[in-house]
Design a protein around this ligand. Structure first.
Ligand code: 9L3
Ligand code: MG
Length: 150
């Protein structure tokens, strides 16, 4: 119940902030396959280039978060995914708020680095060693729980 309350309150704050142009909702995808999560190496901006993230981007006006996850994965990874639920809590980032959604690949689909410098599947034992962007590093405990024991 506490989680729900906090999330409803966060929802209103984000709606208010977005209405005055203070920030965007950014979705990130915890794409899981065979007990590993996909990390993607950013190429921009210079401050984030070379560091690793969960692929994603800004939710467009009127777009559902799950639809944004599907669209961003198609645009950035050239693959078809199916979102399976939220991971972790809302994270404040410079751009606004970051929300992570778990997802699985649609049968036969595989990710390619169309906009990233590289991709790697990261198992639970390797999560800590990856040079994640700060926002995504905050999700590691939730990713570990999502992937299960190493
Ligand atoms: N961002 C942080 N972590 C992520 C993603 C997908 C995005 N996992 C931040 C980086 C940018 C902003 O959100 O400041 C918008 O993302 P993008 O459109 O540059 O991918
Ligand atoms: Mg992006």
């Amino acid at each position: 119940p506490l989680r729900r309350l906090r999330s409803a309150r966060a929802e209103r704050l984000v709606a208010a902030a977005t209405a005055v142009g203070a920030g965007a909702v950014v979705v990130a995808t915890a794409l899981v396959r065979d007990g590993a999560v996909l990390a993607a190496q950013r190429t921009r901006p210079p401050a984030l280039a070379g560091r690793w993230e969960l692929a994603g981007g800004r939710v467009e006006a009127g777009e559902a978060e799950e639809d944004a996850v599907v669209r961003e994965c198609r645009e950035e990874l050239g693959c078809a995914v199916s979102p399976t639920g939220r991971v972790g809590t809302d994270l404040l980032i410079d751009a606004g708020v970051l929300r992570v959604h778990a997802a699985v690949l649609v049968d036969g689909s595989a990710p390619t680095a169309l906009e990233h410098a590289g991709l790697r599947w990261v198992g639970p034992a390797e999560l800590e060693a990856v040079d994640w962007v700060d926002a995504d590093r905050a999700v590691l405990p939730d990713l570990r729980a999502l992937l299960g024991p190493s």
